[in-house]
Design a protein around this ligand. Structure first.
Ligand code: HXC
Length: 519
């Protein structure tokens, strides 16, 4: 009988914990169009796989009447489960308990799953929905945050860390997601800022809405803080599942290889004519990416930020890769500050987690102008160069069309230890484009010609001469800087073979405490 009573108590306590801050607050959460912390976990993980930890934890504060505000679990649901059968650790902030605010004990719960994730070498996923530091706990809460930040830093490059923002994320609280590998934001319900609209108004006089200051669209397109913006929470959680499928469990492992149902020797005739005859005419590099990868599946990262470069995950013969591609459809695919930062961060993630890099090059150079120079295009462009040069994963580069100047070097060229560098016959590998080169090389002659028609004829002749010499891949191929010139329609097969040959690649860089990438 006593045993029955014990079990009854356990069942009751569990039921109580599952209610978080109570039915009323759960209803309020639903009314805001938000799911609860537990509903989110159910959607994120494989059905029935969640094992909760620390369900009975409560805070130990008495100030400000907190002794009367005790809730089992204390505002965060933590534990482990699986995504496609693979172990992941998860914490999900429960807004129904004191606004999901971070207390000393609730921070300890988060730290516990992070420590377990590190010990087991498994990804950690954070679902954020919190009013920030629990105001009543003062410095204890700040210390709790710092404990989490330190773990984020130590886990960086060891296990994948993913953050979804599914509600408020303000003040210093933003820095835990910022330290992780990927941030996803759900439309309509999420925002992130260091300083909210009210304080912003008081301090600077700027009047701005929550949405415009830190909503998903802003962070996905302007600040680049968010890598993904999703229509709703369900989409956000599904995206995390897909994202995880491209990653290994930790830096010691390779990403999972899945069965490939798409013929590896598929010949894509359309690629032979995809590059316009006019070198100044744009095309959409996404059409090339989705043609060559397995089943046309491409998980684009940072889709709305620095659209002049495309980055994302795909598979070749079931093997996950990171793709970096200049996008001629936007700003002619030029490299600027934002594009360099975006691609550098992505390249570093792939390298940290043994995901080979496939780079598709069509770049007219770096964006000129004072705003770029003042903004530090020098050190920002160097980030991408650095990222490629330090990367030791297999690196396959295909030059589709332009590869000019410094940007040629940056985009995974042979001398930055690109492993296999191929070019399409349409490739133009040169210090700069024909028009610019003629201006510089023939400045004196051009100024001497007064007749406009004659000048145009002279330029056309010189351009033809220049293009004949440089606007092709054969000069680079002659020096071995390009390993082969390939027919576009065989690109998929050539990449798959290249990756297969590089599977056993073993390359190291000099030992050091850590590097000093130009931040
Ligand atoms: C304690 C909090 C809280 C907090 C919310 N609550 N935030 N309790 N500490 N930080 C409580 C509320 O009192 C309320 O309790 C419940 O959570 C729901 O909050 P509401 O305000 O009713 O919800 P909503 O209208 O949706 O507004 C959400 C909100 C607002 C915008 C997040 O609650 C808010 O502005 N909170 C304060 C945010 C903040 O300034 N935090 C500190 C940031 S600085 P009841 O009992 O009524 O349900 C920071 C520093 C971190 O975090 C430093 C790290 C280094």
């Amino acid at each position: 009988m006593a045993a029955e009573g014990n079990i009854k108590k356990l069942v009751e306590l569990r039921a109580q914990a599952r209610l978080g801050g109570g039915q009323k607050r759960i209803d309020a959460q639903h009314e805001k169009g938000k799911l609860t912390a537990r509903e989110r976990i159910e959607l994120l993980l494989d059905e029935g796989s969640f094992e909760e930890m620390d369900m009975f934890v409560t805070h130990r504060q008495t100030d400000f009447g907190l002794d009367k505000e005790q809730y089992l679990g204390d505002g965060v649901v933590t534990g482990y489960g699986t995504v496609d059968g693979r172990l992941v650790y998860v914490f999900s902030q429960d807004f129904t308990v004191l606004g999901g605010s971070l207390s000393e004990t609730n921070a300890k719960k988060i730290c516990k799953v992070m420590d377990m994730a590190m010990k087991m070498g498994a990804p950690v996923i954070g679902l954020n929905d919190s009013g920030g530091a629990r105001i009543q706990e003062g410095v204890l809460s700040l210390a709790g945050y710092a404990e989490i930040f330190q773990r984020n830093i130590e886990a960086s490059g060891v296990i994948p860390q993913i953050s979804a923002i599914l509600g408020p994320c303000a003040g210093g609280a933003v820095y835990s997601p910022a330290l992780t590998d990927f941030i996803l934001m759900a439309e309509n319900i999420s925002y992130m800022f260091v300083t909210g609209p009210k304080v912003t108004k008081t301090v600077t006089g700027e009047d701005i809405s929550v949405e415009n200051l830190g909503g998903p669209i802003i962070h996905a397109s302007k600040s680049g803080v968010a890598h993904f913006v999703c229509e709703n929470e369900v989409e956000t959680l599904k995206t995390i599942r897909r994202l995880i499928s491209y990653m290994p469990q930790n830096f010691m492992e390779n990403p999972p290889v899945i069965e490939c149902t798409d013929p590896i020797d598929r010949v894509d005739d359309i690629l032979n004519t995809i590059i316009p005859d006019n070198p100044n005419k744009p095309y959409n590099v996404l059409d090339i990416i989705t043609t060559i990868v397995d089943n046309g599946e491409f998980e684009e990262v940072h889709k709305y930020y620095a659209k002049n470069i495309v980055v994302g995950f795909a598979r070749f013969n079931g093997q996950a890769v990171g793709i970096v591609a200049n996008q001629p459809n936007f700003l002619a695919g030029v490299l600027d500050i934002d594009a360099s930062k975006k691609a550098a961060r992505f390249v570093r993630f792939c390298d940290a987690f043994n995901i080979p890099l496939v780079t598709l090059v069509d770049v007219p150079g770096f964006l000129p102008g004072s705003s770029q120079e003042y903004g530090g295009i020098i050190s920002n462009g160097a980030k991408l160069m650095y990222a490629y040069g330090e990367a030791t994963v297999p690196k396959v580069t295909i030059t589709l069309r332009k590869s000019y100047g410094g940007a040629h070097d940056v985009m995974s060229c042979k001398q930055l230890k690109g492993d296999l560098n191929y070019a399409w016959p349409s490739a133009e590998i040169a210090v700069m484009g024909a028009a610019g080169a003629i201006e510089i090389l023939n400045y004196k002659e051009l100024s001497a010609i007064k007749d406009e028609e004659e000048k145009a004829k002279y330029i056309a002749e010189k351009e033809a001469e220049y293009r004949e010499k440089f606007a092709n891949p054969y000069k680079a191929a002659k020096y071995g800087y390009i390993d082969d010139v390939i027919e576009p329609r065989y690109t998929r097969f050539r990449i798959i073979r290249a990756l297969a040959s590089l599977a056993s690649k073993n390359e190291t860089r000099p030992a050091k405490k850590h590097n000093n990438i130009p931040l």
